[in-house]
Design a binder for this molecule. Structure first.
Ligand SMILES: [Zn+2]
Length: 268
């Protein structure tokens, strides 16, 4: 029997497992192995494939994560919808720790990361004006709110190269642009999902205020992990409930991202 899954979940810092009683599969891709073995199990009527973004032992820093392998592996399992929980810093004083943000925009401040599958044999330009799945976003927001989360519907995620955190000046600059949250992994994950015509929804948990928002030392990695650990059970519940609410048939346009484009190779 070929192992298949409908929905992919890429867990962020502190979020290293989702499914109990799951099958573990080792996958190879043209871009090397994914961050870790992929666990596949059921949540309600849906089959879910889970990848811990940094590896189970958090061995990959944000700039070394095999993003292309992760998304390729999910698609090769049959996944068409991806949920991407992550820990982020807040650029707005009113979004305190524990706030959930489901962004609708993204600013890429990374550099030097492999950010496309189409870097040989001609140009493939996909639309990325709206980087996230509208249907996945709406369901994540609704599910979070009905579970009592303070949830922000929309906003801009700035993805920085890391692994260092922002300087105070950088952080103030991002905030002055009206951007909402800052993270290190949301790109190229989102564009790679789009390049494979997958639905992709970021579910971002604020763990702290970024350096420019308040006085003090600024964020430390230990603080991020500790805060996320306190919230991981709640986050897992939210992701599981969102999985169950995602539509079996996609009605959004994410699946048509590559329509009319001549691809240099076949997608898995
Ligand atoms: Zn979609």
């Amino acid at each position: 029997m070929v192992t298949r899954a409908d929905i992919g979940v890429i867990g962020g810092s502190g979020f290293y497992s989702l499914l109990d009683d799951a099958e573990e599969v080792e996958l190879a891709t043209p871009y090397g192995p994914p961050s870790d073995v992929v666990t596949i199990g059921r949540i309600g009527s849906r089959t879910v494939a889970f990848i811990p973004r940094h590896g189970k032992d958090h061995r990959f820093p944000p700039h070394r994560i095999p993003y292309r392998a992760n998304l390729w592996a999910l698609r090769s399992l049959g996944v068409r919808q991806v949920l991407a929980p992550s820990a982020v810093g807040s650029l707005k004083a009113e979004y305190g720790p524990g706030t959930l943000v489901v962004p609708d925009q993204l600013v890429d401040r990374t550099s030097g990361r492999a950010q496309t599958y189409y870097d040989i044999d001609g140009a493939v330009h996909v639309s990325f004006a709206d980087p996230y799945c509208p249907s996945g976003r709406a369901i994540a927001v609704q599910t979070a709110r009905s579970g009592g989360w303070e949830t922000v519907d929309g906003g801009t995620l700035v993805v920085i190269e890391g692994p260092r955190f922002s300087t105070r000046a950088e952080s103030q600059w991002y905030a002055a642009n009206g951007w909402s949250i800052v993270g290190m992994t949301g790109f190229p994950e989102a564009i790679l999902a789009r390049e494979l015509a997958l639905c992709y929804t970021s579910v971002s948990l604020v763990t702290d205020h970024d350096a420019g928002v308040e006085a003090g030392q600024g964020v430390t990695h230990d603080e991020v992990l500790e805060f996320f650990a306190q919230n991981v059970t709640r986050m897992r519940t939210l992701i599981a409930q969102t999985v169950e609410s995602l539509p079996e048939e996609r009605t959004c346009s994410c699946g048509q991202a590559l329509d009319g484009i001549k691809l240099p190779f076949e997608l898995p």
